[in-house]
Design a protein around this ligand. Structure first.
Ligand SMILES: NC(=O)c1ccc[n+]([C@@H]2O[C@H](COP(=O)([O-])OP(=O)(O)OC[C@H]3O[C@@H](n4cnc5c(N)ncnc54)[C@H](O)[C@@H]3O)[C@@H](O)[C@H]2O)c1
Length: 382
């Protein structure tokens, strides 16, 4: 077991709160990593294997995500050790929220992550008697329906468009391959098609479809609505590829939007795209990134490309105490302008400093957090 104190470094965590409740068997943890730029915001996950280590790592990722996209929230995350399919989920969730009533919502606002649904967010608000306690509530309670809006995938395609321009690659006519056709992949495909790109490959856990002359995205979306992820085995035209084959097809832009660690050293040598846009979290290993950089292939980092959800979450934070429904067109517009601007900033910095976009983006985020810590007198004197 990790000693919680060993998790502390120059950035945080500022606070780790472990809570439990005997009658419901609730056990959980809140990690507030760094609040120099704003109060802690990051999803709350539920799973039988949740650990303090995992939650702390995710809280740190949130610190960099908020700073990289230049929004004023701090990194935090919470985790509940429980089976989300268990019958006593509500009692456990309510006990967890109650146990954190000192921190929520003054220092941390709960939100959705693995194992929690929109109605769970509503239960948290109810338990603490405060609309500010959680975001991620259903639309009929004034929440922002991130996945229905498809903001993350939309933002991935917008960021890809900005990155393509930066490389002198026109989006109109560019060939795009996508791994994953879920909330992120399908919304990205829709936006790529609107931007004039040709989607040549898509995949789900059930296989990949490939057509070098272009797949009909509207038909794919309709097939997915009808058959779910299995549409790839029913849809035609398009050749069915071996698993992972979509990553190495001939294309201009590759978008991993499914799992982490899918682009390793071997795949990195085989990728034919000129630009890789990380829709998923952590799809590319550090080794693979170095190989791709040597091969002149730009990788737009996850914390830049998939930040559409974070931008929408910032709107949801504002909407918590508002009597008005959040305006979805403003959210979508802001995702576009924010992600495009951020993509250019990170790619310009990478070019100037002759480092990878990951290194440039991370250093930008660190500078912003350090400056905020300095202004608030949180750094050692000297
Ligand atoms: N949903 C968001 O707002 C959001 C925000 C930021 C990052 N992400 C990240 O994006 C990724 C996708 O999230 P999502 O919300 O679209 O998930 P999802 O569950 O809606 O969809 C995942 C898709 O990936 C496919 N898939 C699974 N295994 C595969 C495999 N081996 N090969 C090819 N396809 C496979 C699934 O069939 C499905 O189509 C995850 O890494 C997630 O952490 C999501």
């Amino acid at each position: 077991m990790t000693d919680a104190l060993s998790l502390v470094d120059e950035w945080g965590p500022e606070k780790i709160v472990v809570v439990s409740h005997r009658r419901t068997g609730m056990k959980g943890v809140l990690v507030i990593d760094n609040t120099a730029r704003g109060i802690g915001k990051g999803g709350t996950r539920m799973g039988p294997g949740v650990t303090v280590d995992e939650v702390a790592r995710l809280a740190r990722v949130m610190t960099w995500k908020w700073a990289a996209v230049d929004l004023f929230y701090g990194g935090a995350k919470a985790g509940i050790v429980a089976d989300p399919a268990a019958r006593d989920k509500e009692a456990v969730l309510r006990a967890f929220a109650r146990a954190l009533s000192n921190e929520v919502p003054r220092e941390y606002v709960m939100g959705l992550d693995m194992g929690l649904t929109e109605s769970d967010a509503a239960l948290i608000q109810d338990e603490l008697g405060d609309r500010g306690a959680a975001v991620g509530t259903p639309e009929h309670l004034g929440g922002v329906a991130y996945d229905k809006l498809g903001v993350t995938g939309y933002g991935v395609a917008e960021a890809a468009d900005a990155a393509a321009r930066h490389q002198g690659l026109p989006m109109a006519g560019s060939r795009v391959a996508l791994q994953g056709f879920g909330a992120v992949g399908s919304a990205a495909a829709r936006r790529f098609a609107e931007l004039g790109a040709t989607v040549v490959a898509v995949s789900t856990a059930h296989g990949a479809l490939h057509d070098p002359s272009g797949l009909d995205v509207d038909a794919l979306l309709a097939a997915r609505d009808e058959h779910g992820d299995r549409f790839v085995t029913r849809h035609s035209p398009g050749a069915v590829l071996a698993p992972g084959g979509e990553l190495t097809v001939d294309c201009d832009i590759l978008v991993p939007a499914a799992l982490q660690d899918v682009i390793d050293r071997t795949t990195a040598h085989e990728i034919k795209a000129k630009l890789v846009v990380e829709g998923a979290n952590l799809p590319t290993s550090a080794d693979a990134r170095s190989i791709l950089a040597e091969r002149g292939i730009t990788v737009l980092p996850d914390f830049v490309a998939n930040a559409g959800g974070v931008v929408a979450a910032a709107f949801a934070m504002d909407a918590r105490y508002s009597g008005f429904r959040p305006d979805t067109s403003t959210i979508v517009e802001t995702v576009s302008t924010r992600l495009r601007a951020n993509t250019m900033t990170v790619l310009d910095a990478a070019r100037q400093q002759r480092v990878t976009p990951h290194a440039a983006g991370r250093s930008l985020a660190e500078d912003r957090v350090r400056t905020a810590m300095h202004s608030k007198g949180r750094l050692p004197r000297g």
